[in-house]
Write a new protein. Structure first.
Length: 180
């Protein structure tokens, strides 16, 4: 834990993630804020945390806020990061939801929401390109990613089984690289 990171700083960092990623792209913005801007995590730690957050039940970025907040400031940090991620966006979603259901026939509102989705897709693609560099240099990692894609995306095997097998193989491979 680091006492150097204040609770308001944590909350505002995750508020930035939430507001900048309106419409999607939360993982990309989380990486940008946590790794590039704040340097609270290295890229490999972020990717490991993101993988863990995706495997756990619940929304990925809520899990990431809890993970990062706990790592930096314990339970208080987890609560601060979670509040930053959720409270203001919740208010915005409620307001937009009311506006959409009342004024969904207005073309400008429809265009605004479509534009937000396009921006989010671009941010997600951008994160994929940024993290692809280290994976390309690791043939085993590339093979594991390809195996997951083929088995789930093309063969439609059950995700739980693929995660259990490919995930376990990936963990064993990573562990063997770190073992003395």
């Amino acid at each position: 834990m680091s006492d150097g990171v204040g609770l308001p700083t944590l909350a505002f960092a995750f508020l930035k993630v939430a507001l900048a990623s309106f419409g999607g792209g939360l993982s990309a913005w989380s990486r940008r804020v946590l790794v590039e801007e704040r340097r609270w995590m290295a890229d490999d730690e972020f990717l490991s945390a993101l993988t863990l957050c995706r495997l756990l039940p619940g929304p990925n970025q809520v899990n990431m806020a809890v993970y990062a907040g706990t790592r930096l400031r314990g339970l208080a940090g987890a609560l601060a990061a979670l509040a930053g991620l959720v409270l203001v966006p919740l208010a915005i979603v409620v307001v937009l939801g009311i506006a959409y259901f009342r004024y969904h026939h207005v073309p400008a509102l429809d265009a605004l929401l479509r534009g937000a989705v396009a921006a989010a897709a671009g941010m997600t693609l951008s994160m994929g390109v940024k993290v692809l560099g280290p994976v390309v240099r690791e043939p085993v990692a590339l093979g594991l990613a390809a195996a997951a894609f083929v088995t789930v995306g093309l063969l439609h095997w059950p995700l739980v089984a693929v995660v259990a097998v490919v995930g376990a193989a990936g963990m064993l491979w990573a562990w063997s690289r770190e073992a003395p």
